[in-house]
Ligand binder design. Structure first.
Ligand code: ZN
Length: 261
């Protein structure tokens, strides 16, 4: 079962590579079919096997020898590994399917925001449509992560993370006059996240993202890779915070409560 899920993850990862490359350029993710960006040769099924094609051709285009970024391999592997991790945590449940879906969107968000400092609306909308399905499902059975069975929990999740960031953004605008402190993309991204996590875990994910972002910015400034004026994308930290929350959120809360209360 783990093997099947890992391979499934690799295949999705390969598709996410296409999304990460094409969505910011405004290209369709289905047509034209995959081709080498250098020589334009249309890739055959043999060139499109996740992981293996890259390893066998040692990271080069089979037709023109162009070096292919190891990032493609990384995205595939990462997607395979997070799929296995989620299965380990949730087993074959609706929760598993839900978080698999959310995580796949967030993997694309992670790399697109890293590269282009944007979070595409399309990804937020796809996430929201999944979230709506989950909202209807929650009317009958709750996700484990909500920790209660109130119909409004996901809705409160939708407004809590986004609402907090919106408030920060408005205060920032008032203080710094016109300089955006918080990107609109980050605010919008928390809407689907809230539906999937419920309000409690949404706030934890937000908290973790802020801590991770803060520490990383400090380290980048200290080692001279960034200045206080640099624009460091927040998306990758949101994604990391959400994944940690989905995997260990309630463990973190229990540990915190037992340590400090
Ligand atoms: Zn080529």
């Amino acid at each position: 079962m783990y093997g099947i899920i890992f391979v499934f993850g690799l295949i999705i990862g390969s598709f996410l590579n296409v999304c990460i490359y094409r969505i910011p350029q405004g290209e369709s993710i289905v047509s034209p079919p995959s081709h080498c960006p250098n020589c334009g040769t249309r890739l055959k099924p043999l060139d499109l096997i996740p992981l293996l094609s890259y390893l066998i051709c040692r990271g080069k285009c089979r037709y023109c020898g162009l070096k292919i970024s190891p990032r493609y391999l990384l995205v595939e592997l990462l997607t395979g590994l997070v799929s296995v991790a989620l299965f380990f945590k949730y087993g074959l449940t609706v929760d598993f399917a839900a978080f698999l879906f959310l995580t796949y969107i967030l993997v694309a968000v992670f790399f697109i925001d890293l590269d282009h400092q944007i979070i595409p609306n399309q990804l937020v909308i796809v996430g929201l449509s999944g979230g709506v399905i989950l909202f209807v499902y929650n009317l009958f059975l709750p996700l484990q992560i909500y920790a209660d069975h109130s119909w409004w929990n996901p809705l409160l999740g939708l407004v809590s993370g986004s609402g907090f960031l919106l408030a920060v953004s408005l205060i920032g605008l008032a203080i710094y006059k016109g300089d955006e402190v918080m990107g609109m993309g980050d605010i919008k991204l928390f809407a689907p996240i809230g539906l999937f996590l419920g309000w409690r875990m949404t706030l934890l994910a937000l908290f973790l993202a802020i801590i991770l972002g803060g520490i990383s910015s400090l380290v980048l400034i200290l080692i001279g890779k960034a200045t206080r004026k640099s624009r460091i994308p927040f998306g990758p930290f949101i994604v990391t915070g959400v994944f940690i929350t989905v995997m260990w959120g309630w463990d973190i809360v229990r540990w915190y409560v037992s340590t400090y209360f």
